[in-house]
Design a protein around this ligand. Structure first.
Ligand code: SAH
Length: 487
């Protein structure tokens, strides 16, 4: 199994920079062992004008059989020769994706301390895979790569060149050309090689969903073949596929609207604050939340749906918050949070207080158990109403922090905001906005169901008629379950 990645020199920069970007020196051949055999990286050519890195995987067919492919239907051992004598060692496939991840782990993450700017910018790239099993043929391969900005050359490989009348094999020769960031190109291959092959060799575990979303960040949420990619990548395990598609959809929506949210808050600020220097509504919200957390005596805090990490940043400034966990479904938001908080340059002491986690609040998550408090700041309205009970259970039923703070827009206030057309919500990703009455009703029901008490507070100017722009509730755990009492 074999693939090559080539680049040419551009803008006065030498093509051999590829060696830095891949973290593999062009003068050295290197070998890595994977569970399926040895992977080799070497450079057939390396000049300032043109540089090619090759990845070769020598598959060990016996290891392949031992690692789980060796079960026949119903789990009985399959003793047939076909297991040992098959195309796996020769055809690029999911095994090559594993080799890619082993040999180019840092490049896949887009990390390059030597040439950070080069890693972050598009390069003229040419990728060639001489033999690739492709279920769906050349047409599918085009549908997979063209939307990502690649020019695709895909031709069927003849079964035997000496006998053209035998027709084509199920393999193609693939050449991709385009100006892309190297990390993006590698991620496309990492996800799409097994998708084309459609015969994943290893057991697909639930953390494959996380891996798919990580590797698909920035391109999979908007890919027209998202459904096929997700389902094949996850070996058609339907429950995982559904979960992944749902998270992709959320990620897409969340990514589209980050800036809009801020613009709307600013518009409200301009219209509400007249005399003194206006305090932005987002700032007031953060201060109200911080006050409530301090009043509750919380030190270990979850920021659920943390977005780009503004609250996390404010929590870090106060040493009483000893452990801070930001959770969001959007990888892009978390990357932006890490960038804004300068996570990479943060000192050991500070960074040991902080964790950023990717996850969906619509699923119970063992990582969220045992905290003093959880904040849901402007998050619940981003879920479809039918999904809200799932979030309720994950937070109040499973994670069960002593304090939960929830803020959400007060829809009654929208009439005070002149530029918002009547009947419109404040943000295109808001699935609903509640009146004060609706919010209180929901909060009382949640509190009752899970053994919490609840109090309410306005955030922003409390209009005598329509109330404040933001409404906040603070839930406090009153009843512990028998199991919690015993612990
Ligand atoms: N808490 C921040 C951001 C609010 S925007 C603030 O107050 O400014 C809503 C955030 O919730 C987005 O970052 C979005 O990605 C996240 N989100 C939406 N649905 C989610 C879900 N099901 N699980 C986790 N995060 C979710």
């Amino acid at each position: 199994m074999f693939l090559t990645i080539s680049t040419t020199g551009s803008k006065g920069l030498p093509a051999t920079d590829l060696g830095f970007l891949l973290h593999k020196h062009p003068d050295k051949a290197q070998a890595f062992s994977t569970s399926y055999g040895d992977a080799h990286v070497f450079y057939p050519e390396a000049s300032a004008e043109r540089c090619t890195a090759a990845l070769l995987l020598e598959v060990d067919p016996v290891a392949l059989v031992r690692r789980g492919k060796g079960k026949g239907r119903g789990g009985a051992p399959d003793m047939s020769l076909a297991q040992y004598v098959n195309d796996r060692p020769y055809a690029a496939s999911s095994l090559l994706a594993v080799a890619l991840r082993t040999a180019f782990a840092s490049a896949l993450r887009g990390v390059c301390n030597a040439l950070p700017e080069r890693a972050a910018s598009p390069l003229p790239l040419r990728i060639e895979v001489p033999v690739l099993p492709a279920r769906g043929g050349a047409a599918l391969v085009r549908r997979l790569f063209e939307p990502l900005g690649w020019t695709v050359e895909a031709e069927a490989v003849a079964l035997d060149e000496r006998f053209p009348e035998w027709g084509d094999s199920r393999y193609i020769r693939l050449v991709l050309e385009g100006e892309l960031r190297l990390a993006d190109a590698l991620r496309h291959l990492y996800v799409l090689l097994p998708v084309m092959d459609d015969a994943k060799h290893y057991w697909v575990s639930p953390d494959e969903v996380d891996k798919l979303l990580r590797m698909g960040d920035g391109w999979l949420p908007s890919h027209p073949e998202q459904q096929l990619i997700t389902s094949r990548y996850l070996s058609r395990r339907w429950s995982l596929t559904r979960q992944a598609l749902e998270r992709l959809e959320l990620a897409r929506l969340a990514e589209a609207d980050d800036t809009e949210a801020e613009e709307i808050d600013n518009a409200i600020d301009e219209e509400t604050d007249t005399d003194e220097k206006p305090v932005p509504l987002a700032v007031r919200r953060r201060e109200a939340i911080l006050d409530a957390l301090r009043a509750a005596g919380a030190s270990r805090v979850l920021d659920l749906g943390c977005g780009q990490g503004q609250l996390v940043g404010a929590l870090l400034k106060d040493v009483r918050f000893t452990e801070i966990v930001g959770v969001d479904v959007s990888v892009r938001a978390l990357n932006e949070a890490a960038r804004r908080l300068r996570l990479e340059r943060m000192g050991e002491r500070q960074s040991s207080r902080l964790t950023l986690l990717q996850g969906s609040l619509a699923y119970t998550d063992a990582r969220l158990k045992g905290y003093d408090a959880a904040v849901l700041s402007e998050v619940i309205e981003h879920l479809d109403l039918p999904r809200l009970p799932a979030l309720e259970y994950a937070v109040f039923g499973a994670a069960r922090p002593a304090t939960v703070i929830v803020t959400t827009p007060n829809v009654e206030y929208n009439v005070r905001w002149e530029t918002l057309p009547a009947g419109h919500v404040r943000h295109s990703d808001h699935r609903f906005e509640w009146t004060r009455e609706e919010f209180r009703t929901w909060a009382h029901q949640v509190a009752g169901r899970h053994g919490y008490g609840v109090a309410f507070a306005p955030v922003g100017p409390d209009d005598p008629e329509v109330g404040p722009p933001t409404q906040m509730s603070v839930f406090s755990l009153t009843k512990t379950t028998a199991k919690e009492a015993a612990a």
